[in-house]
Design a binder for this molecule. Structure first.
Ligand SMILES: Cc1cc2nc3c(=O)[nH]c(=O)nc-3n(C[C@H](O)[C@H](O)[C@H](O)COP(=O)(O)OP(=O)(O)OC[C@H]3O[C@@H](n4cnc5c(N)ncnc54)[C@H](O)[C@@H]3O)c2cc1C
Length: 465
């Protein structure tokens, strides 16, 4: 495979003949696509270290053009990196071996199939744009990652993303009914959006969470919901994390499905709700119910019966709704030498507290750590996702400190029996633990990769597969 070389001039000419001016080899563009939101790369950039440079960036505007680009790459053994919004937080979109970056953002057509509660959407469509489009027509997708503004539908599917309203609407895997993808040798496959089908293994799931290593997702059919008729906002203060988690466990067992449930530990309660004296030193929980008014009233009743804690009303939730997309702190702190990241893992109910305590302890015990904290952000009848945040000012190399915290967190998650990622995926940061998490199934993933991408041109070495 050709890597880290200029693209051969005949290849460049061929690409230009297909894409016209929607191709660039300018330094400014190559630099713009040299990283995603992987936080440690901010520190590298501040020291003048560029994570990687592609040889060309292309902006196809339809599936046919994606196909042509992939065919050229396949014939010439050139690596391909698919780029959505570049909001991935683990380096998955970084063009590690040069090659061609395929930016999908010009593919953004939307077709509504109202009678079937489906939307057909091209993969480069921006998430916020899609949600606004649906809202105007009286619908919602129900998918609100904190990165709603900078991410794309293709990126959501490729990373197996989930949103803040997941306890009711599910993760992206619950929304994708069908999809279209360009395979590594340039053929197109359509995995049809049937209501349900028993036609062998569900092949579309191969692409959900595939992080660009098996092909390029070009289109998806997603399930939508009528725009909720009613919203109810609730919040509580609890004395302990156990008390709050147990309350939510009981609520889910009774069949209620709040859209949003978030339980903050004491540190995060102070950080997020510093304006609210009533939760100082406590565990804050916020809950949003939405949907048909009769159903949400019934759910409200269940929550009031089951939640053991002081009911606090709407203000905390309103504050959260106003601030939920704020993320500027990450880029503000890096120039001050603060190393910062988030780590999301999932665990069954019976080990939830053990995982929370163990991870907080091991992250805090790494020299240089200023704080480690968490909130529980996604809930299932079987368990929960904890979203940890750590920050430190290491004396030595930021990357060394960063990897020490990650190593400690991943090792402990595996020991306790959790999944090493709940929704950010694997990318280049988590690859080394994927093998252990999957066990013998890692070999299955490897063989699937080798069978579909025998030339290994699709996001080579991502996920370390
Ligand atoms: C502030 C912030 C908040 C976030 N909050 C959330 C959250 O709440 N929930 C959540 O799940 N994630 C969250 N993320 C992570 C990130 O936004 C998601 O992983 C998102 O799904 C990535 O989408 P993207 O379009 O930006 O993909 P990119 O970053 O461009 O790409 C991610 C990976 O997918 C591959 N890829 C992209 N598009 C395609 C395609 N069409 N076909 C094949 N492969 C493709 C890339 O090669 C790469 O490996 C957050 C990130 C940030 C920075």
């Amino acid at each position: 495979m050709k890597s880290n070389h200029e693209l051969p001039s005949d290849v460049l000419k061929h690409l230009i003949s297909i894409l016209g001016n929607r191709i660039s080899t300018k330094d400014v563009d190559l630099l713009s696509y040299s990283r995603d939101y992987w936080p440690i790369t901010l520190h590298w950039m501040l020291k003048g270290k560029i994570p990687a440079l592609a040889r060309a960036i292309v902006w196809p505007k339809n599936t046919k053009e994606v196909q042509e680009v992939v065919k050229i790459a396949y014939e010439n053994d050139i690596p391909i990196y698919t780029y959505g919004g570049g909001s991935g937080v683990l380096g998955g979109a970084i063009p590690e071996q040069g090659g061609i970056v395929v930016d999908m953002k010009k593919m953004r057509s939307i077709k509504l199939h109202e009678e079937n509660l489906l939307v057909e959407v091209e993969a480069g469509t921006n998430g916020y744009y899609l949600e606004k489009y649906l809202n105007k027509k009286g619908y919602t997708l129900g998918h609100f990652p904190q990165s709603l503004y900078p991410s794309t539908i293709g990126g959501w599917i490729a990373t197996k993303a989930t949103g803040q309203f997941s306890t009711k609407y599910g993760g992206i895997e619950d929304m994708v009914l069908g999809l279209e993808a360009v395979l590594p040798w340039g053929d197109v496959v359509t995995l049809k959006p049937h209501v349900r089908s028993a036609t062998g293994p569900d092949l579309k799931t191969l692409f959900i969470g595939s992080e660009g290593i098996l092909g390029i997702i070009t289109k998806a059919w997603l399930k939508i919901w009528p725009y909720p008729e009613k919203r109810i906002l609730l919040s509580f203060a609890s004395e302990t994390l156990e008390e709050a988690l147990d309350s939510v466990n009981r609520i889910l067992k009774r069949g209620a499905r709040p859209a949003v449930v978030r339980i903050y530990d004491v540190v995060e309660t102070k950080r997020h709700f510093y304006k609210f004296d009533e939760v100082y030193g406590k565990i804050a929980t916020i809950i949003i119910l939405e949907g048909d008014s009769k159903l949400v009233e019934a759910e409200k009743q269940i929550i009031e019966e089951e939640f053991k804690g002081k009911a606090l009303g709407e203000d905390l939730v309103k504050h959260w709704l106003e601030t939920r997309f704020n993320v500027k702190e990450a880029s503000e702190f890096a120039p001050l030498g603060v190393v910062f990241d988030t780590i999301e893992v999932s665990i069954h109910w019976n080990k939830a507290i053990k995982l929370y305590r163990s991870l907080i302890n091991v992250m805090r015990s790494v020299k240089g750590t200023l704080f480690a904290s968490a909130h529980a952000s996604h809930f299932y009848p079987q368990g929960v996702c904890f979203y940890f945040t750590f920050a430190g000012i290491p004396k030595g190399d930021p990357t060394e400190y960063y990897n020490k915290v990650w190593d400690a967190a991943m090792k402990t998650t595996l020991e306790v029996g959790g999944a090493i990622s709940h929704h950010h995926g694997i990318g280049r940061q988590r690859g080394k633990w994927l093998k252990e998490d999957l066990g013998p199934a890692f070999e299955v993933l490897k063989r699937v990769k080798n069978a579909l991408d025998e030339k290994k041109i699709m996001n080579p070495r991502n996920m370390e597969v």
